[in-house]
Design a protein around this ligand. Structure first.
Ligand code: HPA
Length: 274
């Protein structure tokens, strides 16, 4: 029996225990520096990860809560902080938040992250909406999962990121004057940053941005049948593109500086996609 069987069973137990009165439509997974979005929620209720037996988030900028509330009159659930493979976390921990949001009733998941820009036409502060990804981790969250009639494991990945959601994201960014792109995200394992030679190789492979999250959750969310969107905040240009060293503090500084604007942007997106 694959570990995801237990994941979905655990998600059911957690959600039954919550006694939710309203079903959220969207789930948002907030990556590094995106945590401010929760301040936009109306009628918010907070559920800490620790209260449902999930470990604390080890990475600065990842609070470790679910927050339920309304964005633009639409019920949403926000995952404020995620777990990463580079923390040595298991898929049962990385993916449980996604399983829980699915069990709460969402039909669409928006995965946000901070990423290094590989495409030289990108600039720090731009948003990239994922058109596709390259999984360079050598890991797949569906390994060992028992296929069922409803959930086959040979999940089609030809259009993993929902086109309509991406168009709405572009429209929302356009309206707000946020510089944005559609591009290919490469997930590496981390936690060390890349070398300049790796970045040159990734560019020739077709990657526009690189980061250490998102792809595992996106694959699992598609397996669960959710619509998925991915948003990268370009917090730095990737290694070797500029003559500077990379530091996680700078990644956080750049995305935090735009937290309020990005929160308003997600609010606008929800209004368009509802
Ligand atoms: N590389 C990998 N992950 C990242 C980066 C980067 O340059 N920036 C933010 N997350």
């Amino acid at each position: 029996m694959g570990e995801n069987y237990f994941l979905e069973k655990r998600a059911k137990e957690v959600v039954e225990g919550l006694g939710l009165k309203r079903k959220p439509k969207f789930g948002f997974t907030l990556g590094s520096g995106w945590g401010n979005v929760v301040h936009m929620l109306k009628n918010a209720t907070v559920l800490s990860y620790s209260s449902i037996g999930l470990p604390a988030c080890g990475v600065a900028g990842h609070a470790g809560n679910f927050v339920f509330g309304e964005l633009h009159g639409v019920e949403v659930v926000v995952q404020q902080g995620r777990y990463h493979l580079y923390e040595g976390k298991q898929f049962s921990q990385i993916l449980l938040p996604v399983a829980i949001m699915k069990e709460c009733g969402i039909d669409a998941l928006v995965l946000t992250n901070a990423a290094g820009g590989i495409n030289q036409s990108y600039a720090v502060g731009d948003l990239m909406f994922l058109s596709d990804h390259i999984n360079l981790t050598g890991r797949n969250p569906l390994i060992g999962v028992e296929p069922t009639k409803d959930h086959p494991v040979f999940v089609d990945m030809t259009q993993i990121y929902d086109r309509e959601m991406a168009e709405n994201l572009c429209d929302a960014a356009e309206d707000m004057g946020i510089s944005h792109h559609r591009g290919v995200y490469m997930q590496v394992l981390g936690p060390s940053f890349e070398t300049p030679a790796e970045i040159r190789a990734f560019r020739s492979m077709g990657a526009d941005a690189v980061g250490m999250s998102t792809v595992m959750e996106a694959i699992y969310a598609r397996y669960l049948g959710l619509r998925v969107a991915g948003i990268s905040c370009i917090t730095n240009m990737a290694a070797g593109i500029k003559d500077q060293k990379l530091r996680h503090e700078d990644v956080l500084k750049e995305s935090n500086a735009r937290g309020k604007k990005f929160s308003e942007f997600l609010d606008r997106f929800v209004c368009m996609d509802k």
